[in-house]
Design a protein around this ligand. Structure first.
Ligand SMILES: [Zn+2]
Length: 126
């Protein structure tokens, strides 16, 4: 079984490149690109063009589906915490010093590596 997947670009097959031209001799067609990995749009598109084509066709509906932003978000001291770390490159101690930094107040709070790696752990409140 192959792990190849298709580019999700709605017009991918319309771009004339040699690698898209496939099929039996005398019966070749330009086809949607198929790869194991793509570098655009979260591994879904073969090119920025294809990502844009998809967004132009479906972006509005996708935003409406997942929730359109109708008012400005505000960065306050309550949601300005970002995770970061200091590299401690000593020969004996190759651990990082993990911390939360508040981008508004510049307060710094040390956290554990587990807290740093836990995507559900946050100091931010809605
Ligand atoms: Zn494509």
């Amino acid at each position: 079984m192959s792990n190849l997947k298709f580019c999700q670009g709605t017009k991918c097959h319309t771009y004339h490149t040699q690698d898209r031209l496939k099929g039996q001799q005398g019966n070749k067609t330009y086809q949607t690109r198929r790869r194991s990995t793509f570098y655009y749009g979260g591994n879904n598109f073969c090119s920025f063009n294809c990502q844009n084509d998809w967004f132009n066709d479906f972006g509005d509906r996708a935003i409406d589906h997942f929730g359109r932003l109708n008012e400005a978000k505000h960065l306050t001291e309550h949601n300005a915490w970002v995770k970061d770390y200091d590299w401690r490159g000593g020969s004996d101690d190759r651990t990082h010093l993990y911390y939360y930094l508040n981008k508004i107040t510049t307060e710094r709070r040390t956290i554990t590596e587990e807290q740093y790696n836990d995507s559900n752990y946050t100091l931010n409140t809605p």
